[in-house]
Write a protein that binds this ligand. Structure first.
Ligand SMILES: [Zn+2]
Length: 157
């Protein structure tokens, strides 16, 4: 582990999550982190993962001891459970708080922009005049603080 005294913050730290950590990736995006999931990039080879971490200046989160040891900056996770993994990250100095204004798409890590009041939204989404909504600039997914958001917020605590 190469945790830094100053800790990790969404404004300053970019993350790369190893395969098997897809669920945790979504939680970190909810906290505003620029978090790339190796599985989304179709990357599994250790060398390639280390390349991306170095090229994009990302801290690697992994359950693989040897991989963690080879990365410039890494956090080794030992637990399987999402609550336990979040606790491990906190111990490593990772700031975890659900962003009041969502900034990252949980699905693709794209940037979110607010949906204007006079825009029409698809049937599955609430009316933006009544509920604040955000749209991903990359994949078009709409987000709002619904029951799914509240459940995840409770898990993060
Ligand atoms: Zn997206």
């Amino acid at each position: 582990m190469t945790g830094r005294d100053s800790g990790f913050h969404p404004e300053t730290d970019r993350l790369l999550l190893d395969v098997m950590l897809g669920k945790l990736t979504v939680y970190l995006r909810l906290c505003g982190y620029d978090a790339v999931y190796a599985g989304d990039r179709g990357v599994e080879a250790d060398d390639r993962i280390l390349d991306i971490a170095a090229e994009e200046n990302r801290t690697l989160l992994t359950r693989d001891v040897s991989l963690a040891g080879q990365a410039e900056s890494s956090i080794l996770l030992t637990k399987r459970d999402i609550e336990d993994q979040l606790a491990e990250l906190r111990e490593a100095g990772v700031e975890l708080a659900v962003a009041e204004v969502p900034t990252r798409c949980g699905r693709c890590n794209g940037s979110l922009v607010p949906v204007e009041d006079d825009e029409t939204t698809p049937g599955y989404a609430p009316d933006p005049q009544e509920t604040d909504c955000w749209r991903c600039q990359d994949c078009g997914q709409l987000f709002w603080k619904g029951s799914h958001w509240k459940r995840m917020k409770e898990v993060i605590g």
